[in-house]
Design a protein around this ligand. Sequence first.
Ligand SMILES: [Zn+2]
Length: 149
Amino acid sequence: MTSTAVVACPSCGRRNRVPAAAAGTPRCGQCHKPLPWIADAGDQDFAEVAEQAPLPVLLDLWAPWCGPCRMVSPALEELARTFAGRIKLVKVNIDSAPQTAQRFSVQAVPTLMVLDHGQVVTRQAGAAPAPALNEWLERALSEVRNSSR
Ligand SMILES: [Zn+2]
């Protein structure tokens, strides 16, 4: 069993339970629009939550002691809403997930990445303003589309 979060539908306001890992994209039970998908992962469930995700993953490798991480976090959650149905936001606290941090050779936090079925599409170290993140993500998603054709 993985954890679930309660997410209010941005379109109709209905509260939905959204699992951290699922085979399909979460949709609103009432209006059927895609819901923002935001999940936490650690070393134990990274494969299930991030690598096996049916959507490209926006990966946020952060740490509790990192000021820029706290600044960029709301911008990432906004992206999860803007790109609902197209991406899944997965947050990993590197202090409690040392294996995942080591695997991706994280040297600065936040480190942001886009993963497609576990493969790194793009990565960037350090925070960036929301419009720049939006552009960065759009570019990564178009690469994912091109390579899966
Ligand atoms: Zn709805």
